[in-house]
Write a protein that binds this ligand. Structure first.
Ligand SMILES: Cc1ncc(COP(=O)(O)O)c(C=O)c1O
Length: 404
């Protein structure tokens, strides 16, 4: 197969950078991805030619800015395969999307209800539910994770009940790369009448996302993890729910009519987009989705899968290396430990050799507690990662073991 990842790298100026006299090996893509020139250009062009506030003034710039932002909404709708453009709410990212959902569901919960999450959630899909539980008196339960990094599906069945009012989990784990069987989980949760939210932050580049096929009520993603800028994300919400649930933030843009005493609200999605939105961010997200739409995504994902599989086999050969999590299905994340070395020390040694990756708890402290470890060293790949990146990683890890 032609090396499409290498071709793609030409589109990302930062990937040509050097660090410590060698090409930068960027394997921290689960934290954030790099940006292609088309996204950088779209943001610059927006500010240079079209900047204005949206949905308000009747002048040409406002018209153009509004059009660009609404085009981005259409592109996002296509990306997640939502049935209606009104189901696409722009947020700052996954974290804000989860907080939005947790807040608009508050009136639906009482002290008799349960919120079901999992032990492998990112803190952004734990803390908002703790806050909701404290506010409503509902109980918070978490599905256990098996030692190999898969969800314990028996525990899921045991904990899911008529009391479950909300079920949420990630599509892909940022710490272990586990791909969760979200379609099945959602079907079971909906059968007991629970609202369902899928955290798609780590799935958006590596999995095909079809919210209608998944059947979930809400799906959240972050633009910066899929080649778009920081500060922009998408919350998909089922239209009927966005129509019937209350707004969260109040302010300009989300209202229809305001008196001193009361207000009426816009229809979705604007009901959930109070204040001046991140217009440039939305434009950048639109450009990133357009860029993705033009890529041979299936081939690139297959190539990435192969690269991850090869790297896993090679890592396993290194003495003293322990993989953390060997889930049945994984995407582009590999977590490991070296002997008894602290992950931070390993990270420093790898950085000294020009390999950029992440160490620590990856904002998943409960998962680390469940696995009985303080953290991991995490290499996370993207569609532009190549065998050269993997070779550098393997050589650097091999060398690090000699220092430890
Ligand atoms: C699985 C998962 N969920 C949620 C988040 C939070 O995303 P953001 O910080 O973009 O809101 C992350 C970020 O790393 C993540 O990996």
């Amino acid at each position: 197969m032609a090396d499409r990842a290498s071709d793609m790298r030409q589109d990302f100026p930062i990937l040509a950078r050097e660090h410590r006299g060698r090409p930068l090996v960027y394997l921290d893509n689960a934290a954030t991805t790099q940006k292609p020139q088309v996204v950088i250009d779209a943001i610059a062009e927006y500010y240079a030619q079209h900047n204005a506030n949206v949905h308000r003034a009747a002048h040409i710039l406002a018209e153009e800015a509004t059009q660009l932002m609404e085009e981005a909404r259409d592109l996002a709708q296509g990306f997640v395969h939502a049935a209606h453009r009104e189901e696409i709410v722009f947020t700052r990212g996954t974290t804000e999307a989860v907080n939005l959902v947790a807040n608009i569901l508050a009136a639906e919960l009482s002290h008799e209800d349960e919120i079901l999450i999992t032990e492998m959630e990112h803190h952004s899909n734990i803390v908002p539910w703790q806050m909701l539980a404290q506010r409503t008196g509902a109980s918070l339960l978490a599905v256990k994770v098996l030692p190999n990094g898969d969800l314990d599906l028996e525990d899921f069945q045991n904990k899911l009940s008529e009391k479950t009012k909300v079920f949420t989990c990630n599509h892909v784990s940022n710490a272990l790369g586990t791909v969760n069987p979200v379609q099945d989980l959602v079907a079971h949760a909906r059968a007991v009448g629970a609202y369902t939210l899928i955290d798609g932050a780590q799935a958006s580049l590596h999995e095909h996302i079809d919210v209608q096929a998944l059947g979930c009520d809400f799906y959240a993603l972050s633009g910066h993890k899929m080649f778009a800028p920081t500060g922009i994300g998408v919350l998909y919400g089922r239209l009927g729910l966005l129509e019937s649930l209350p707004p969260w933030h109040g302010g300009g843009e989300m209202i229809e009519h305001v008196t001193i005493e009361t207000s009426t609200y816009q229809k979705p999605p604007f009901k959930y987009e109070a204040g001046t939105p991140n217009i440039a961010g939305a434009v950048g997200l639109g450009a990133a989705i357009k860029y993705l739409n033009e890529l041979p995504l299936d081939d690139l994902i297959a190539q990435e899968q192969q690269l991850v599989a090869n790297t896993l086999s090679a890592l396993k050969q290194l003495p003293g290396l322990r993989l953390v999590g060997e889930p049945k299905q994984r995407t582009a994340v590999i977590s490991f430990l070296l002997e008894d070395a602290h992950p931070h020390d390993v990270g420093t040694l790898l950085d000294q050799q020009g390999v950029a990756l992440r160490t620590g708890h990856h904002c998943t402290m409960p998962l680390m507690q469940a696995l009985g470890i303080p953290g991991t060293v995490r290499a996370s790949f993207s569609l532009y990662s190549t065998q050269t990146d993997a070779d550098h990683l393997l050589a650097a890890v091999d060398k690090a073991t000699t220092f430890l």
